[in-house]
Ligand binder design. Structure first.
Ligand code: HEC
Ligand code: HEC
Length: 239
């Protein structure tokens, strides 16, 4: 369904997942602790899988960190929930209606507390805080790279090196155009966002440094380098 979402791979090669499979094969005893997807995401059979950061890892309010706030604003513009001037669009209402993101601090905090309580069934409060903070910080760092890439593509639109496709609402890159992204550079941007940034932060939250670094962070760095090179080519071509 849709793009490959490798939470299973992240989980199964993490310490939690390896312990679970050792239990299943009888190497670890039945009572050994090993959380599964359900333990963390559907405690007490609650099927409403809702997380603090959600699938897209954007939320409101804006962070206090000024650089991060600027980067998130750029990402919200490329998601089309803010227009290129920074005003809310009709798409923001769609996101609200679909419960795709937490839109208040209280809402985010409630989901975070739920997760913390669950981790604390097995770990100290200290470890849990530290580990979840790593996930938050990975989002901040990934946003840094993604926002830089978005600004490069946005500048190509602004300077006429790229032309607004008919299906675009604005003369600005659209991360939700998905594979219909009209140019190779925007397809790179699309993958950087939905595939590599997603692996970077979800790999971190699933305690899998290999995924977070190699399939996430490192790929994002390569995407950014390629986007810079493609932008130079497009500018040369449009002169
Ligand atoms: C040890 C607990 C734990 C286990 C086990 C776990 N996850 Fe997660 N998962 C998390 C945490 C923590 C987050 C990030 C929460 C946040 O946003 O603060 C997360 C985020 C996610 C997200 C992205 C956010 C969203 O709302 O879409 C998905 C999807 C996901 N997990 C699926 C899975 C699947 C599928 C499995 C099993 C293969 C799994 N998780 C196993 C803790 C866990
Ligand atoms: C059902 C019990 C259980 C739950 C719930 C649980 N864990 Fe664990 N976790 C373990 C066990 C057991 C280990 C292995 C400990 C060891 O090897 O020393 C572990 C290991 C870890 C590690 C070390 C990973 C590594 O590669 O060294 C981290 C980080 C971690 N857990 C974070 C979390 C976080 C964050 C949550 C909540 C989102 C969570 N855990 C939920 C049982 C649990």
């Amino acid at each position: 369904m849709g793009m490959d979402h490798p939470q299973w791979e992240m989980y199964s090669s993490s310490k939690h997942g390896v312990r679970h499979s050792l239990k299943q094969s009888g190497i670890l005893p039945e009572q050994a602790a090993a959380p599964t997807c359900q333990t963390c995401h559907m405690p007490e059979g609650n099927h409403e899988v809702r997380t603090a950061w959600g699938f897209l890892a954007v939320r409101l309010p804006m962070p206090e960190d000024e650089q991060w706030a600027a980067d998130r604003a750029t990402i919200l513009q490329a998601l089309g929930v803010l227009d290129p001037q920074g005003n809310p669009t009709a798409r923001l209402e769609v996101v609200k209606g679909a419960d795709m993101a937490r839109l208040t601090q209280e809402d985010w905090q409630a989901e975070r507390e739920r997760m913390i309580q669950m981790c604390e069934r097995c770990h100290s409060a200290n470890l849990v805080q530290t580990e979840l903070r790593k996930g938050d910080e990975m989002i901040r760092e990934a946003d840094r790279l993604l926002a830089e890439a978005i600004r490069i593509v946005a500048a190509l639109y602004r300077d006429g090196a790229l032309r607004k496709p008919a299906h675009y609402a604005y003369n600005y890159p659209d991360l939700l155009a998905f594979h219909d992204a009209p140019t190779v550079i925007e397809q790179k941007l699309f993958k950087m966002h939905l595939e590599h940034r997603m692996r970077a932060f979800q790999g971190t939250f699933h305690n899998n440094p290999d995924y977070a670094l190699w399939y996430g962070w490192s790929e994002m760095l390569q995407d950014l380098t390629e986007i810079k090179a493609l932008a130079q080519e497009l500018r040369r071509g449009s002169r």
